[in-house]
Design a protein around this ligand. Structure first.
Ligand code: 3HC
Length: 684
């Protein structure tokens, strides 16, 4: 026995080492020592003829221990352990259940054989952490599946089911579900009985030699994916590493050396640090300090949604997708029919793309119970209101729900800005009222802000958070304030953008700077896309947008907005918009301050977001800086490889952020100024 390893010898001389390193058998130092010890024992035991490596708990090794990156390595390192496995004088069988990922699958690839249960998945997801598989994955996988498949599998980073993996040759046999250990031992016995020399993946070169016929495929693959990979480093490094495998074959070690060099470049990069931070951040946001395991969740078997518009329809789809029936309520038949039509069309488009069957479309549609009037919500466990953003309307609805809904039902509002406590005050059960704030399109965007009112019960908060997870969202907890987390911090970007163009830079300068930073589009292109009339509803003061709307420039849909558009919706700088900007600058007495560099524009627009993030933290609206980062990345497509505004600010240096804010005449938040003065950071 070692701390996490158990070693037994089964009939026929099969040494079985079972590694148990919860929760996911990451290959941290304890697991590595246990493997080293197992091989030492079985190598020295003449009675052992073959070795099975298997894991206890929910999964085979889920990869290297990500928390160890950046720390002083403890020996034996992963590569040394893989050398021991590959150098074993006895055949080694990996017995896989759960997910064999990253270093875990790379370990399996150094075994002579791989056996998996049908429910298992294998893969190399390192790309999601801004890394490449650095324990031989880019060298061994193409030797099995060939270069084109290896490029797709490793740059895609998605795990592959056991059946498909068998077809690819990534595993050698399927075991019976629930009988992995017996079947893997039987497999090992057969290997011993047949007495064949144990093959090693590293010695297989045919597929690499085949690939030499087309050495242009690597550049072509990078060019084909350039747009999707913008800002990310790991994908190109993966292609180059596979290319090195081809160039150096049959010299495995030469290709592997290149893989290690590229891995080192990535693991020390800011992009990978950001992606690794984000991996843990997504898990951290689920943790709420005062809501532990002792707090029960409430049963939700039937959901009600009020409003069949874009938002209500999208919210409804989230529940249908996981088989939860929804009573969808509208005030008149026409709106209800329109809403149902949009939902059906969305599903049918998905079916057309081959991502669901027509039968599944019908199954999901059949889960909707369309109704007129709130009375239909008497028996639902959760109702989500998604109507017009107007306090009096919401209070009226919640007052009615209070009398209609059964005791214990959760009453949720999808409000994006309004005071949830005031909405709750319209009921006699404020403990049942919670915010469930979705981002449009609600069936696509992964962020769900769960808004905790002053009186919301812990059970209700926990249930809303867990429902987020069940429906494929990442739920982030927010306190009550105008705009909660994502909208509140991100509005700063738009406000600054509109101020900045009055001072000199053009809309295209600003949009280009943010595009280069990594956003899919800048705030002006976005405003034109959404429609300037939409974003100026209720605005009474004179702004660039209201001035453009007065000229009937509503954006892409009508006469252009900040840009002019041709018939293909291609944008060009607009002389009319330039004049509108100049006129408003004059009206407001804003003096031109001249051109700014891209870096200055980015700082001017995004430092205020960080500043607002600090205020959100100070006020306890967000629990941690990582909650803000997750909200901005998932709610506003903030570039993932920067880690979100708060992580990014740490990489910039908080003092620089403070100086930038002051230069723009913006008062730094107290928390930000304090942290900067002490040399502290938000996320590390
Ligand atoms: N290292 C350290 N901790 C890990 C980990 C890893 N590789 N993988 C998961 N964890 C932790 C999580 O942070 C979480 O911790 P918490 O409970 O304290 O929040 C816990 O394990 C459980 O994880 P999940 O909540 O994600 O559990 P799920 O059951 O939902 O998912 C999983 C399990 C599919 C294995 C998922 O955790 C996962 O995808 N893990 C990462 C896999 C990965 O990226 N592997 C490659 C690592 S890099 C590498 O191997 C480099 C090599 O090439 C040299």
């Amino acid at each position: 026995m070692s701390e996490v390893g158990t070693y037994t010898v089964e009939d026929g001389g099969i040494g079985v080492m079972t590694i148990d390193n919860p929760p996911v058998n990451a290959l941290g130092i304890a697991a590595r020592l246990a493997l080293q010890e197992g091989f030492r024992r079985f190598e020295g035991d003449a009675a052992v003829k073959a070795i099975v490596v298997i894991c206890a708990g929910r999964t085979f090794f889920a990869g290297a221990d990500i928390t160890e990156f950046g720390k002083t390595p403890q020996e034996p390192n992963l590569l040394a352990v893989l050398d021991i496995i590959e150098g074993s004088s006895k055949p080694v069988v990996a017995a896989i259940h759960g997910t064999a990922l990253g270093g875990g699958f790379e370990l399996a690839l150094t075994c002579n054989y791989r056996v998996a249960v049908p429910s298992a998945k294998v893969g190399l997801p390192e790309v999601n952490l801004g890394l490449l598989p650095g324990a031989g994955g880019t060298q061994r996988l193409p030797r099995i599946v060939g270069v084109p498949a290896a490029l797709d599998i490793i740059t895609g980073g998605k795990p592959i089911g056991a059946q498909k993996a068998l077809e690819y040759g990534m595993i050698d046999a399927l075991a019976e579900e629930g009988k992995l250990r017996e079947d893997a031992v039987a497999f090992a016995r057969k290997v011993v009985a047949e007495g064949k020399p144990a093959a090693r993946v590293r010695d297989r070169n045919e597929k690499l030699e085949e690939a030499r016929a087309d050495m242009g495929q690597f550049d072509a693959y990078i060019a084909k994916n350039a747009r999707a990979w913008r800002g990310f480093k790991a994908q190109v490094a993966i292609v180059r590493s596979i290319q090195a495998a081809v160039e150096t074959a049959p010299d495995f070690d030469a290709g592997f050396k290149r893989e290690r060099e590229l891995f080192h470049e990535l693991v020390t990069s800011t992009e990978s640090a950001a992606l690794r931070y984000y991996f843990f951040a997504e898990r951290e946001v689920a943790k709420i300090p005062d809501i532990g395991k002792d707090v029960a969740t409430l049963p939700v078997a039937k959901v009600g949604v009020i409003g069949a518009g874009t938002m209500g329809g999208g919210i409804t789809m989230n529940f249908l997708n996981v088989g939860l029936p929804v009573t969808l309520v509208e005030m008149n038949q026409e709106a209800l029919d329109r809403g149902l039509g949009v939902i059906r069309k969305n599903y049918e488009n998905t079916a057309k793309k081959g991502r669901m069957t027509q039968e599944q479309v019908e199954q999901r549609m059949a889960l909707i119970d369309p109704k007129i009037g709130l009375e239909a919500l008497a028996d639902v466990d959760l109702v989500i209101e998604a109507v017009f953003e107007e306090m009096s309307v919401k209070k009226d609805i919640f007052g009615k729900l209070d009398t209609i809904c059964k005791p214990g039902a959760i009453l949720a509002s999808n409000t994006s800005f309004l005071d949830l406590n005031e909405i709750a005050s319209a009921t006699s059960r404020p403990e049942a009222v919670v915010g469930m704030h979705y981002f449009s399109p609600a069936n696509v965007m992964r962020l769900l802000e769960v808004v905790r009112g002053a009186k919301t019960s812990r059970e209700v908060v926990k249930t809303a958070m867990e429902l987020g997870k069940t429906t494929g969202k990442v739920a982030v907890l927010a306190g009550v304030c105008h705009g909660f987390i994502a909208n509140r911090v991100m509005v700063q970007r738009s406000l600054q953008a509109e101020q900045l163009v009055l001072e000199g830079p053009s809309p295209q300068d600003v949009d280009q700077a943010l595009y280069d930073y990594g956003f899919a589009m800048g705030p002006f292109a976005m405003a034109d896309l959404v429609g300037l009339d939409v974003t100026t509803r209720g605005v009474t003061e004179r702004t660039l947008r209201t001035d453009l709307v007065k000229l009937d420039r509503l954006g892409q849909k009508k006469n252009g907005g900040f840009y002019d558009y041709d018939e293909n919706r291609k944008a060009t700088p607009s002389p009319v918009a330039a004049q509108v900007i100049a006129d408003l600058a004059k009206f407001k007495g804003v003096a031109p301050k001249g051109a700014l560099s891209t870096e200055e524009i980015v700082g001017r627009l995004l430092y205020p977001v960080v500043n607002e993030g600090a205020k959100v933290l100070e006020a306890g609206i967000a629990l941690r800086a990582c909650d803000i980062d997750v909200a901005c990345i998932l709610g506003y497509n903030w570039p993932l490889y920067t880690g979100g505004p708060m992580f990014w600010a740490d990489t910039v240096g908080l003092q620089k952020v403070v100086d930038g804010l002051k230069a723009a005449g913006i008062e730094p938040a107290k928390l930000l100024a304090e942290k900067a003065a002490k040399g502290e950071s938000f996320t590390r």
